[in-house]
Design a protein around this ligand. Sequence first.
Ligand SMILES: NC(=O)C1=CN([C@@H]2O[C@H](COP(=O)(O)OP(=O)(O)OC[C@H]3O[C@@H](n4cnc5c(N)ncnc54)[C@H](O)[C@@H]3O)[C@@H](O)[C@H]2O)C=CC1
Ligand SMILES: O=C(O)CCC(=O)N[C@@H](CCC(=O)O)C(=O)O
Length: 481
Amino acid sequence: MAIRIFESASNDVSENAIISFEPATGKELWRAECGDVELAVSNARQAWPQWAATSATTRIELMRRFANEVRKQEEPFAELIARETGKPLWETRTEVSAVIGKVDISVTAYAERTGQRKLDSALQGTAALRHKPHGVMAVLGPYNFPAHLPNGHIVPALIAGNTVILKPSEKTPAVAEFLVKCFHTAGVPKDVLQLLIGGPDEGKALVAHDDIDGVLFTGSANAGIAINKALAENPGKIVALEMGGNNPLVLWDTPKLNDAAALIVQSAFTTAGQRCTAARRLIVKSSMYDATIETLTRLTERIIIGAPFDDPQPFMGTVIDEHAADQLTEAYLGLMSDGGKPITHMRRPHGDLPFVTPGIIDTTAMTSRPDAEIFGPLLQVIRVDDFDEAIAEANNTRFGLSASLVGGSPKDYSRFWANIRAGIVNWNRPTNGASSAAPFGGIGLSGNHRPAAFYAADYCAYPVASTEMEQPRASVGVGFN
Ligand SMILES: NC(=O)C1=CN([C@@H]2O[C@H](COP(=O)(O)OP(=O)(O)OC[C@H]3O[C@@H](n4cnc5c(N)ncnc54)[C@H](O)[C@@H]3O)[C@@H](O)[C@H]2O)C=CC1
Ligand SMILES: O=C(O)CCC(=O)N[C@@H](CCC(=O)O)C(=O)O
């Protein structure tokens, strides 16, 4: 968690500092001044021609060295992510593995998605397809995966020959600093990848800067929409928006209720529900309702919630900060006062720290349910009578990131797949835990049709079509005296 200091709290804190605190202890972890947007953009612009002219082989080699650097520091990196986010260590270790894995996947994607093609013809010359980098890219990151998600933009952008300014979440600046240092230690020049500390104001200034060629954003729909608006008159800037979800999980006929409940818990409560792909709505067949709720409640009550380094390790840690915890409990109480029936109460077991227990609430009877992303461990349950109603309910959202069918027949799944509006559609698998080797993005309020992960290569370079001959040769042979 982090706060911005607007007034000097003590002599050594300036007006424009970002201070990061460990959510699980409340202790200060890190502090720094906000960065200089003008300076960062000017450095990135100057560094770009040389970086773009560096061979792709060299750029890829530097990415491999970066992966090795992270490998060497796997444990301290995972520990820092755990301290700054409140996520359990077992989970932050998987985040560091994803950072390392991103390099090989991005190298393959660069070749597959933006590779070169040539078609030779004696008469027409060569028709060539090549790709060029855009220039200076701003990467704006979220707090829930403070290393893996910005890295998922940084690596493909650098491979393609762009320079990058990372403006991380103001809530997780220490992790961003560690990540950027790994690139620099690996040999990536300082101005080719820069860290710009700051909050939304620095993000806005960066987005609006004339010398930025692209914005690669991961975060909330509200901020993504603000970025889209800010760039409405700049169609030339490439913008990739990876935003949130209000993701449905439909539970249909299955004899394997224990497995189904485990998939629901994994989907809704991993990372304390702070995943864009987390299941927010469980849509369940009426005839299965009682047994499902009993099994799900039993499993949810067994979830261990604790600090990142606890032994045994907890299933989930804190949410990011007190403000987020307050918003979650307010959202839960709001649903209750609007007619939701609590199944498992959301509680704050340590009032002064942002631990939140998973809440499950039946919102079937509510006449209008808020179509908002409630970014934490809160699951709404909606009971339906038939499969068409289940699909309609699943699609009853402006978002469209991920959706899962648990149970059902192959025929049910093919109906589900065909009718559901989402970028990730799974069967008997959780809504979250998407693969970096596949495209990752959604429709509606979840994104702007620029999926990340394997398809990030697409927005990091633009295609250039050429027809080429070594000597001029006229092609118009008729119509002259
Ligand atoms: N689709 C995806 O790939 C993912 C989406 N998310 C979404 O991210 C959100 C959680 O992360 P948060 O850090 O709370 O998101 P956020 O939207 O508050 O902030 C994200 C970044 O944008 C910056 N920012 C905020 N307002 C801005 C503006 N108007 N102009 C420019 N920059 C601005 C912030 O400083 C931060 O660096 C959730 O909504 C979650 O669903 C998180 C992970 C993956
Ligand atoms: O970006 C990638 O490489 C793959 C997508 C990914 O890691 N998704 C994760 C986390 C994203 C989130 O939900 O915040 C997931 O689907 O769980």
